[in-house]
Write a protein that binds this ligand. Structure first.
Ligand SMILES: Nc1ncnc2c1ncn2[C@@H]1O[C@H](COP(=O)(O)OP(=O)(O)OP(=O)(O)O)[C@@H](O)[C@H]1O
Length: 240
């Protein structure tokens, strides 16, 4: 599914946080939204998920304006927020069923889809465990499984690896990349960690509310005259 952000600006009070941000995501691809802390990534996610109201500009999902047809557009989006959004005392399966009910799925359908996602994530044998018993990496997998239950075509992940160890971070990143290939999912993965981004990714670099670069990683490096994305990120933002 295509997604287009046109000329987005946003301020908290009189503090501008996003400044005329425009981009278009390509269907079925992994996109990395790279920016240091405070760049405006979560604010952008807030606008994409309608947690925040648009102030200037518009967002089009498969050609539908978020301003004009919000409910229809939102059905196509799955979201994994930075903070854990699971109920730790419910089982994995109960968490999934609760979310599926919110999306209007029948119990039977919810169970079938939930189990299918858990199986793909290697977690079906944990379905009846309380989420509290799972490690951080597995909890994040459950959150992603949950975000996919209503079969969205766009998955947004806001710093999904925060608090995970290196191996779990890598595993989660690879898993989501495989979803692009297997499901044709369009992914926007926000991070401040350059090691989660690959040279061949579509990369959007956000800094102080401005989109400083947008393109294939190696093209951005060529344009900037840098060796790799780490150097590019550092030279554009001072971070890294
Ligand atoms: N509710 C708010 N009220 C006022 N300022 C805010 C609010 N939320 C965020 N900000 C400010 O807006 C700027 C962008 O924050 P945002 O959380 O969007 O960035 P980020 O790139 O997601 O960073 P992080 O990874 O640290 O969350 C920061 O300067 C932040 O302090």
């Amino acid at each position: 599914m295509t997604i287009e952000a046109n000329n987005l600006s946003f301020r908290y009070g009189d503090k501008p946080v996003l400044k005329e941000v425009s981009f278009a995501l390509t269907s079925g691809r992994f996109h990395a939204l790279l920016g240091p802390n405070g760049a405006g990534k979560s604010t952008l996610f807030g606008l994409l998920t309608r947690l925040l109201a648009l102030q200037q500009g518009d967002i089009l999902l498969a050609g539908q304006s978020l301003k004009k047809q919000p409910a229809e557009a939102m059905r196509k989006i799955g979201v994994v927020f930075q903070q854990n959004a699971l109920d730790l005392d419910l089982t994995v399966r109960q968490n999934l069923q609760y979310h599926a009910a919110l999306h209007g799925l029948s119990r039977k359908e919810a169970r079938a889809r939930g189990d299918r996602e858990l199986e793909r994530f290697g977690l079906l044998d944990r379905a009846n465990d309380a989420v509290r018993q799972l490690n951080g990496g597995h909890r994040r997998r459950v959150e992603i499984a949950r975000a996919l239950l209503h079969e969205p075509s766009l998955l947004l992940l806001d710093e999904p690896t925060v608090g995970l160890d290196v191996a779990s971070r890598r595993g989660l990143n690879e898993h989501v990349r495989r979803l692009c290939e297997s499901d044709g999912l369009t992914v926007l993965w926000a991070t401040h960690l350059i090691e989660e981004v690959r040279q061949e990714d579509r990369v959007l670099i956000l800094h102080e509310g401005k989109l400083l670069a947008d393109g294939a990683g190696h093209d951005i490096c060529q344009a900037e005259g840098t060796r790799d994305l780490a150097e590019t990120f550092h030279s554009l933002t001072g971070a890294g």
